[in-house]
Design a protein around this ligand. Structure first.
Ligand code: 13P
Length: 246
């Protein structure tokens, strides 16, 4: 059985005071029945990892372990300050920094080599969906972005349709199910049934307290990668509850 995962991606939000939201969340969920992962901005990562009972992750890493890369942070460094996971290939980074799948794959490999779980993101644009290219796009991103040495522990896939991120728009449950089923089949084909069935697949894009429960009923949705609604304990807590009840 795959253990469900509620992951929060704070993106570039949160000064030190934001950590009180984690305290409130920890009070509301002293013993969560699902995995809870918070990915704060890197400035808060070390403190959050020290203070917070949930696993802490980062939002990006460099593909190299060290070297002359001004401003970058390596997976080893993240691990060193307590991170357990790192998001790679988020569409905001693919778009803003021209990160292609080969870079994403190198980052995911670096994360796994440093002992971090890599959360590899993928998703289609609205134009790609309207042109009925969604599965081609996802298939290409999956093949290109996921390193070969995947295990159920070192890899999580996040399906995040770009048009659903921060927009309040959500695909239909059938659309989510189609893509998650497709990703599952591709993982099984590439890595074999054991690993392929063990890797968790998260849905991300406008997950909110009022739509989480129905999304979590979709087969092969093993949790969520939540942006805006992960910033406030009052919003993220009911999403955790919905996942526990799924
Ligand atoms: P929202 O939940 O704010 O739509 O963001 C989703 C996301 O991009 C998580 O990585």
């Amino acid at each position: 059985m795959r253990r469900k995962l509620a992951a929060g991606n704070w993106k570039m939000n949160g000064l030190s005071g934001q950590l009180t939201e984690l305290e409130a969340l920890a009070e509301a969920h002293p013993k969560p029945a699902v995995d809870v992962l918070i990915c704060p901005p890197v400035t808060l990562l070390a403190t959050a990892a020290r203070q917070c009972p949930f696993d802490i992750g980062a939002q990006d890493c460099h593909a190299n372990a060290s070297g002359a890369h001004t401003g970058d942070v390596s997976a080893e460094m993240l691990r060193d300050v307590g991170a357990k996971a790192v998001i790679v290939g988020h569409s905001e980074r693919r778009e803003s920094y021209d990160e292609h799948s080969d870079i994403v794959r190198a980052k995911a490999r670096a994360a796994q080599q440093a002992g971090l779980m890599a959360i590899v993101c993928m998703g289609e644009s609205l134009a790609q969906r309207e042109a009925q290219n969604t599965l081609d796009i996802i298939g290409g991103q999956l093949a290109g972005s996921v390193p070969d040495n995947a295990t159920a522990e070192n890899l999580v896939i996040a399906y995040e349709p770009i048009w659903a991120i921060g927009t309040g728009l959500v695909p239909s449950l059938a659309q989510i199910g189609e893509v998650h089923g497709f990703i599952r089949a591709r993982l099984e084909r590439r890595f074999g049934a054991g690993v392929g069935r063990g890797v968790r697949i998260l849905y991300g894009g406008s997950v909110k307290p009022d739509n989480a429960a129905e999304i979590f009923q979709v087969p092969d949705v093993d949790g969520a990668l939540v942006g805006g609604a992960s910033l406030k304990a009052a919003d993220f807590s009911p999403i955790i509850n919905a996942l526990e009840g799924a």
